[in-house]
Design a protein. Structure first.
Length: 144
């Protein structure tokens, strides 16, 4: 019996949302009491300077803290899931979060940030917990 193997070549330049020195969202103990659902519209090709996006980088910070935006996902979102919606389940009760999304091209160039959106997390537990069908914004592999 003879077997044939075929080699598939992966593109050597896989885009990454990680920027050296940029902070990542810390892996908090997941309380699953609340989550933030983010959704956005796909970026359009603007000009020769802005290439077609292959994914999206999601950043957040807490209001009232003078900190830079923290990266939620190191791998471009959408590249794997093909969705323009995700959930951030690493949020703390009683906090206000601010989010922006940036498109990223295959050549690892990020767009300007999207409009800023904010989410206020209630201090109380939900009376009827519900799971969202949106995938996690962060990589499932980083889930503990």
């Amino acid at each position: 019996m003879q077997t044939r193997t075929t080699a598939s070549r992966l593109d050597a330049t896989v885009p990454s949302c990680s920027i050296p020195g940029s902070p990542r969202v810390p892996e908090l103990a997941k309380n699953a009491e609340h989550m933030v659902i983010l959704s956005w519209t796909a970026s359009a090709l603007a000009d020769s300077q802005h290439l077609d996006p292959v994914g999206y980088c999601i950043f957040r910070t807490m209001q009232g803290q003078n900190q830079p935006m923290q990266l939620v996902n190191s791998q471009p979102f959408f590249q794997i899931t093909r969705q323009l919606r995700c959930k951030d389940d690493l949020v703390e009760n009683g906090k206000k979060y601010i989010y922006v999304v940036r498109a990223i091209s295959a050549s690892n160039k990020q767009s300007d940030p999207s409009n800023i959106v904010s989410a206020v997390i209630p201090t109380r537990k939900r009376s009827h917990p519900s799971e969202s069908s949106a995938p996690l914004c962060r990589e499932p592999a980083s889930e503990k």
